[in-house]
Design a protein around this ligand. Sequence first.
Ligand code: HEC
Length: 172
Amino acid sequence: MKGHAARKIAVLLSVAAAAIFIATAAPFTTAGAEDDSSPIFGVKIPAGYRQWELIAPSREAGFVELRGILGNAVAIKAYSEGTLPFPDGAMLAKLAWKEVPSAEFNGAFVPGHTTTVQIMVKDSKKYTSTGGWGFGRFIDGKAVDRAQHETCFGCHQANVKDHDFVFTRFAR
Ligand code: HEC
């Protein structure tokens, strides 16, 4: 009985030691990058974003991809009431998939592999130099590099500063 308890403790201790080892080693194995959050902004892919409501689809010349722009409840409320600027807590997601021919119907095109998930988070106190928006771009769940994140606000600002830096209008 006593030996059994001691063995149990030994096992627990080695599990704890392994957990500590993994926790401390992990940052080094990923070269110090916190790659589930974006550089500059520290934005992560929000939990449950795939359940958000569709604002609109979109497409862009030169890209063989299908896109959908989604918003969380705060963003959708702002859209429906025409509130600008978007209030803090509003979040937008732009999802892009490779456009592939349907295996089941000739001439139809369907989403293939997810290419990117892009996120905008409104926090007017935190992101004062980028119109109150934090940006994150993720490929296969990992944030892309700093250089790409330096481009986000510039393009949104140059084109849609009168719509709180948001391109997408609600598709009814
Ligand atoms: C060269 C211009 C350009 C750059 C750079 C850019 N975007 Fe956008 N973004 C757009 C356009 C245009 C749309 C409208 C939807 C579309 O094109 O599919 C958009 C839409 C979005 C949306 C949906 C909300 C909205 O504004 O319509 C998010 C989220 C987003 N971009 C995030 C990002 C992130 C994150 C980055 C940086 C990694 C980034 N964007 C860089 C042009 C740009």
